[in-house]
Design a protein around this ligand. Structure first.
Ligand code: MG
Length: 403
């Protein structure tokens, strides 16, 4: 099924300190109206879009919809009230004779494709369907002086959102009949439909489908857009790595990608950076992708004296290839010497740079073993590491979701 969309953008409400109506406010570089139009313009079931605007806003309107021209009808001019504006828009859509129409407030730019789908699907068997959410807060009746007079039973109470979808002819007739009868003051189209005797059903709305009305709403919308997009249904994985290398004659060791002068070197095939080896295994463990020896066999001449950052960078690439991201890594180095503290900041910065994360996401610690065991006797260095990784979950697309 396809539907036409009517977006109501004729309001005059302005943001504090702005000369433009709120629907032309920029949110992270794009106007509220452009975001609302874009949400429908990119939906495959939308056959045509028409925006109702104020005649004074033609310039702003054209700038806002410049990138959504396809399927966009010339705008209609709104009237004194929302009800007048919707009626004007429906009359302008008459020439397209759509079977269904979704009516949407421009001030809800975060409408999602899922929500549009739900409204259209409900119209297959109903003449009216609106997005709505149950009332979660307790409702108070307040009298003079701000004194609470009573508590309203919220059972059966819902908050209506848009889009609100209807059989096109039914809602056009309802609006025209309301106008002819002098009925004004309906605050949404479902109210006009109810007055006309059209059954309206509810579909699940979305908390994210905010209506941007107050300054605080606009600020919240800006924060929402500034936040990094959450991974869809990410699963947190952890991995553990452990490595040991013995000392041999030499004058420096590599630890966490940093060259440290020392009275011995660590023996091994690569640069023997025991800490980066443990960390590489922790990351590979978290994504269930073998271990360092499997990907970089010790007998392979290509890895002779290789810098271990290559191994770590490869593990990081395997995380990225799965759509994952590293939440944090943590390393403990076990040795009597060299001292790690003076190099800690450089080590964290080096690992952060290899993994393309922030130093705050990297822990580097060291401990002696009180003179006990092989590390206590100064025979070598051991390192332990953990990694926490967010991975998108397989099949997340079929999980039920309210957003
Ligand atoms: Mg090793």
């Amino acid at each position: 099924m396809s539907a036409a969309v009517l977006i109501v953008a004729a309001g005059r409400g302005k943001r504090a300190g702005s000369v433009l109506p709120k629907q032309y406010t920029l949110l992270a570089g794009e106007t509220v109206l452009s975001r609302s139009v874009g949400a429908f313009a990119s939906h495959p079931a939308i056959s045509q879009l028409l925006v109702v605007i104020h005649p004074d806003d033609m310039g702003q309107y054209e700038a806002a919809v410049a990138k959504s021209q396809a399927r966009l009808r010339p705008p209609a001019f709104g009237g004194a009230t929302r009800q007048d504006s919707v009626r004007a828009g429906l009359q302008a859509l008459k020439r397209d004779a759509p079977q269904l129409v979704l009516i949407h407030d421009a001030a809800r730019p975060f409408v999602t494709s899922d929500l549009i789908d739900r409204v259209i699907a409900a119209l297959a068997s109903n003449s009216g369907a609106i997005a709505a959410l149950p009332v979660a807060d307790t409702l108070k009746q307040v009298g003079a002086g701000g004194i609470v007079r009573g508590t309203v039973n919220r059972a059966g109470l819902w908050r209506a959102q848009t889009p609100q979808g209807f059989d096109f002819t039914a809602i056009l007739d309802a609006h025209e009949a309301a106008f002819a009868a002098g009925r004004t003051g309906f605050s949404d189209d479902a109210a006009v439909a109810e007055w006309a005797g059209i059954d309206v059903v509810l579909v699940a709305g979305s908390e994210r489908n905010l209506k941007l009305t107050t300054e605080a709403d606009l600020e919240m919308a800006e924060r929402l857009l500034a936040a990094p997009a959450p991974l869809p249904a990410a699963a947190l994985r952890t991995g553990l790595g452990l490595d040991v290398h013995r000392f041999a004659a030499g004058d420096h060791v590599w630890l966490c990608g940093v060259r440290i002068p020392h009275s011995a070197r660590l023996e091994g095939h690569s640069d023997s950076d025991v800490a980066l080896h443990a960390l590489t295994d922790a990351i590979l463990g978290a994504i269930g992708d073998g271990d360092i020896g499997e990907h970089f066999p010790p007998g392979d001449p290509r890895w002779r004296d290789a810098p271990s950052r290559l191994f770590l960078a490869d593990a990081c690439r395997r995380v990225t290839a799965r759509g994952g991201r590293i939440a944090n890594v943590d390393i403990t180095i076990l040795c009597e010497a060299p001292r790690i503290g003076p190099h800690r900041a450089a080590m964290r910065a080096e690992i952060a740079s290899i993994l393309d994360i922030q130093p705050e996401q990297v822990g580097v610690k060291a401990t002696t073993t009180e003179g006990l065991g092989f590390t206590g006797r100064g025979e070598g260095i051991a390192a332990l590491a953990t990694a926490a990784i967010e991975l998108p979950q397989r099949g997340a697309g079929v999980l039920p979701t309210s957003a």
